[in-house]
Design a protein around this ligand. Structure first.
Ligand code: ATP
Ligand code: MG
Length: 588
């Protein structure tokens, strides 16, 4: 049985993000069989040539933070391949470092993967479940003369490691007897030594051109309570020792990870070949996903939370999956985006965030119900409309989807319109309401502004208008057509709401390029509008359902909403900047 080998990734594409529109799969269906990338080619060949009977992949998050957009690529890849090849994908928590790992993260990670639309079924595992087996395998290596206990400090070990151009130096403890190593390792486990006093290292080759092969550390002493194993252990395996062996225990066939682990692959293989593991997994590497205007590093995101730059991991400005959910992104939009990003490519270029937003808008445009809301209200009184009269006008719920039906919206003499929709002295390109001008009120009547009421400070507080009763429903019998159509709410029926408007968290596409991420944080990433009003139908909208506020953008109720106080998040504005970017790129 020969090992499948990964072709040179560099040959697959030249930039990190390559849009392959023919690989697009339709929403909700499994990827079409013609979907091809170098990893799927390898998996298909392994199946075809009988090296693998069932494809088994895994998604291995460390529970030390919330999942972010980068993780979604690894999730879609691992779960997607398992689905497409009729195999299975495990969720395995890589919980080998108890410091910073928490139950809150274990829970949120599961919720977020499900939200994205993937399921591990009964295959939920924890690397910590294998601590006993891993310990036995460490003993196996010691007995085979392939691992030793080193007393050098972390600094000394680094000094001895050498550099890319110079070989490393052997540790003075490298040639301890097997018995001494067994004895010391057992005493490490028994808690006899303080943190950092000793480590267990593989005995490979201090002159290897690959620094990962220069006697890598396998176990370290850490007197820390683990979220699952409590105080049972005070030595913990390092990622390199835990990962491949966990893969082998679970029968993983294709262990997919990001490119920074490519240089670890020889160590992955060395351990698998030198241990009596039950199966032979293989590691393949793909490119990380990054975005413009975004930082995807759990460590930095954790600092944003702990230092109060955002309200939490699920603050809608964050690039975490929990935040995108809270902000109202439909998971289908993210999946559609992920279907288009390539796996190969090196370099540091990032996907344009506008492209993700484009996919999200595409889904929302098809699905989102249309509703009326006024963010910055200005009173409008129709002087010739009967006092006390209320009409119900019929409004279409979604022009893209006739099956969404219509609803009744109350119309009356006193209305709210958007302050931005009126100008007392309009410039030539402003077609909305102005003194003496007629506009259409959506689904209702034409109105003409007859007077402007101001307060003592000169601020406009009210518009006086006249309506044309012949224009009910929004059409004039004489065929005249106002240049603008405005949204509106009946003052008596409008429901107050707070609306949180979001802008990008960073001011530049490449945050931190000048060396300071904090300096690039956008001080205006959130604007809270307190005086908004929405149509009555919105009081019943469940959290998580995104609607279009007509002419304003996509919005969804925030979990901070209470029956007496509605809170909405702006998911996205209406303007598709990705389409613009593409048009610009197409210009010669
Ligand atoms: P971070 O660098 O943000 O702290 P991590 O790689 O340490 O992330 P893990 O929990 O170890 O986070 O990641 C789980 C899986 O997700 C790994 O297989 C990892 O390769 C993958 N992954 C993490 N970040 C990205 C990314 N930006 N693009 C693609 N895959 C990613
Ligand atoms: Mg990691």
């Amino acid at each position: 049985m020969s090992a499948p080998t990964a072709p040179d990734i560099g040959t697959y594409c030249t930039t990190l993000i390559e849009v392959t529109s023919n690989s697009r799969v339709s929403a909700g269906t499994p990827a079409s069989p013609e979907r091809r990338d170098f990893i799927r080619e390898i998996v298909a060949a392994d199946v075809r040539e009988g090296r693998v009977s069932e494809v088994v992949t895994r998604f291995p998050p460390e529970p030390n933070g919330y999942l972010h957009l980068g993780h979604s690529k690894a999730i879609a890849l691992n779960f997607g391949i398992a689905q497409e090849f009729g195999g299975r994908c495990h969720l395995r928590f890589d919980d080998t470092n108890p410091i910073g790992e928490e139950q809150e993260y274990i829970d949120s990670i599961q919720e977020d993967i499900r939200w994205l639309g993937f399921d591990w079924g009964e295959h939920l595992y924890f690397a910590s479940d294998y601590f006993h087996q891993l310990y036995d395998w460490a003993v196996h290596l010691i007995k085979a003369g392939k691992a030793y206990v080193d007393d050098l400090s972390a600094d000394k070990i680094r000094e001895h490691r050498g550099t890319l151009t110079e070989p490393g130096k052997n540790s003075p403890w490298r040639d301890r007897s097997i018995d001494e190593n067994l004895n010391l390792f057992e005493r490490m486990r028994a808690g006899e030594f303080p943190d950092g006093a000793r480590v267990l290292r593989a005995k490979i080759d201090m002159a290897s051109p690959n620094i990962n092969m220069r006697d890598p550390v396998l176990y370290r002493i850490l007197h820390a309570t683990h979220p699952r194993t409590g105080d049972e252990w005070c030595i913990y395996p390092l990622y390199d020792f835990a990962h491949g062996q966990s893969d082998a225990i679970e029968g993983i066939t294709h262990s997919l990870c990001t490119l920074e682990f490519e240089d670890h692959r020889p160590l992955y293989d060395w351990l698998i070949e030198n241990l009596p593991v039950p199966s032979r997994p293989h590691q393949y590497e793909f490119a990380r996903l990054n975005f413009t205007y975004t930082v995807l590093s759990k460590r930095f995101l954790r600092r944003l939370v702990s230092e109060g730059h955002v309200r939490g991991w699920d603050d809608p400005r964050m690039p975490t999956l929990s935040a995108l959910r809270r902000r109202g992104f439909p998971p289908e939009g993210l999946r559609n985006f992920l279907d288009m990003v390539s796996l190969g490519g090196r370099g540091t270029s990032a996907a344009e965030i506008e492209m993700l937003e484009h996919e999200v808008r595409d889904v929302l445009n098809r699905r989102a119900l249309r509703r009326f809301a006024v963010l910055r209200p200005l009173r409008l009184v129709i002087e010739n409309y009967p006092e006390g009269q209320i009409e119900e006008v019929e409004a279409v719920n979604n022009p893209e989807d006739p099956s969404a039906g219509t609803r009744k919206v109350p119309f009356a003499r006193e209305l709210w319109i958007e302050r931005d929709d009126f100008m007392e002295d309009p410039p030539s390109k402003f077609f909305r309401l102005a003194p003496g001008r007629e506009v259409r009120l959506r689904c209702a009547y034409f109105v003409t502004c007859t007077d402007v009421v101001k307060d003592a400070s000169g601020e406009i507080v009210e518009l006086r208008c006249a309506y044309d009763p012949e224009t009910r429903g929004g059409d004039a019998p004489d065929g005249r057509r106002p240049k603008a159509t405005l949204h509106w709410l009946s003052s008596e029926h409008a429901v107050p709401a707070q609306v949180r408007m979001y802008d990008r968290l960073f001011t530049r596409p490449d945050p931190g390029a000048d060396g300071d991420l904090y300096a690039d944080l956008n001080p205006n990433s959130e604007t809270v509008l307190q005086e908004c009003l929405v149509e009555p139908a919105l009081t019943e909208l469940p959290v998580g359902e995104t609607v279009q506020f007509e002419r304003l953008g996509y919005f969804c109720p925030d979990p901070d909403s209470t029956p007496g106080r509605l809170v909405f998040n702006r998911t996205l504005g209406l303007r598709d900047t990705w389409a613009k970017l593409q048009a610009r790129a197409a210009r010669p």
